[in-house]
Design a protein around this ligand. Structure first.
Ligand SMILES: [Zn+2]
Length: 94
């Protein structure tokens, strides 16, 4: 059993989604292959362009904006979480 940093799921016949764990948000984010490019690597994935997630909570508007490159997440400074501006390794995902 190999450790992976992304989970690949195929839905609706042929739509391929890639999920990764975000330590900044403590949740999973998803990209859809075709809307983003993926280098095909499960350990050191690269997605382009950047991944932007926004949502609302009672405490205010939340934003997570990152580049995933070579198995690392680079958080841009417009994130609302504590890892903004930092680059961290992608965690292992089930
Ligand atoms: Zn996030």
């Amino acid at each position: 059993m190999e450790n992976k940093n992304v989970a690949v799921k195929t839905q609706n016949g042929d739509e391929v989604s890639i999920w990764f764990l975000c330590k900044g948000c403590n949740t999973r984010h998803r990209i859809v292959v075709g809307k983003w490019t993926w280098n095909g690597d499960l350990i050191k994935p690269t997605f382009t362009p950047s991944i932007l997630c926004t949502w609302n909570e009672p405490s205010g508007d939340k934003r997570c904006h990152s580049f995933v490159t070579d198995g690392k997440i680079k958080y841009l400074t417009d994130c609302t979480h504590d890892l903004k501006g930092q680059t961290v390794d992608l965690p292992i995902i089930d």
